[in-house]
Write a protein that binds this ligand. Structure first.
Ligand SMILES: [Zn+2]
Length: 268
């Protein structure tokens, strides 16, 4: 009997292929993000029907082809049925999977992103902390796993550690007051003093608690990340700074985000 590789991971997406099969994208511990066919996964009696769905976490036995893999067996650890049975949570989960798909590549070590996705889906399933905060934490942390997270500990221009700081999105994070003064015109300096949340220049003068939350996200390992809560004001700042960060630094349209924004708008 041939030994087929067993890959451990999470199904990110599942597309029908013809009448009977499915094509999966799976984020794995061993091979990074892979494409895999699930033959017969649209046949009602197939053992792969339930496994060939987004969020499914488990061990996938595969046959390696030249350009892709074929899943022949799946041992499921978690179906995340709590997500699947709730439309709002499904939307968050699908967005997390799409972000993870965008952020990862084949054959690279993507184990940190895999841990982050699993922890994020678990937090959504649990319902704690609230989904909007889970989303903000996930969005910021995945930027770090890509090596593109904001600098939140020292001034990006002069490396000053003491602060106080402002967050300047185009510069990539922290700016000390001196460098901010050099960079910003009078309107910017006024905004700095008045602590406005956002101005057109991509500049934020964040609450101390928001800085603290950002530093926790930057330094904490994914499995322990979704264990704090914040005030509504801090959440609003986190969401605003994250949205500005993505608009500036992430050049990609996420298909699942449109539905998620509708869901968030309805529950505002
Ligand atoms: Zn500086």
């Amino acid at each position: 009997m041939t030994d087929h590789p067993i890959l451990h991971g999470i199904v990110l997406s599942s597309m029908p292929m013809g009448e009977y099969d499915r094509r999966l994208s799976v984020l794995t511990k061993e091979r990074g993000r892979i494409s895999a066919f699930a033959k017969g996964a649209q046949r009602p009696k197939s053992a792969l029907v339930a496994a060939a769905q987004p969020f499914v976490t488990g061990a996938f036995t595969v046959v390696e082809g030249r350009n892709s893999y074929t899943v022949i067996r799946a041992e499921v650890n978690n179906y995340f049925t709590e997500l699947r049975s709730d439309f709002d949570r499904t939307c968050y989960g699908l967005y997390f999977c799409e972000l993870a798909e965008f952020a990862t590549e084949e054959y690279l070590d993507e184990s940190e992103t895999l841990q982050l996705l699993y922890a994020g889906l678990r937090a959504l399933a649990k319902g704690e902390p609230e989904a909007r905060l889970v989303r903000a934490i996930f969005e910021v942390k995945i930027a770090y796993t890509r090596g593109e997270g904001p600098q939140v500990n020292e001034c990006v221009r002069c490396r000053d550690h003491k602060g106080p700081f402002v967050f300047h999105v185009p510069s990539g994070g922290c700016l000390c007051g001196k460098c901010a003064g050099e960079l910003f015109d009078e309107a910017g300096r006024k905004a700095y003093e008045l602590r406005t949340q956002a101005v057109a220049s991509g500049y934020f003068n964040l609450d101390d608690s928001t800085w603290y939350a950002l530093r926790i996200i930057a330094s904490t390992q994914p499995s322990k990340l979704f264990s704090f809560s914040v005030s509504p004001e801090v959440l609003a700042e986190l969401r605003a700074v994250t949205a500005a960060w993505y608009a500036e630094h992430v050049d990609h349209n996420f298909r699942s985000l449109e539905m998620l924004l509708t869901v968030e708008g309805e529950t505002e």
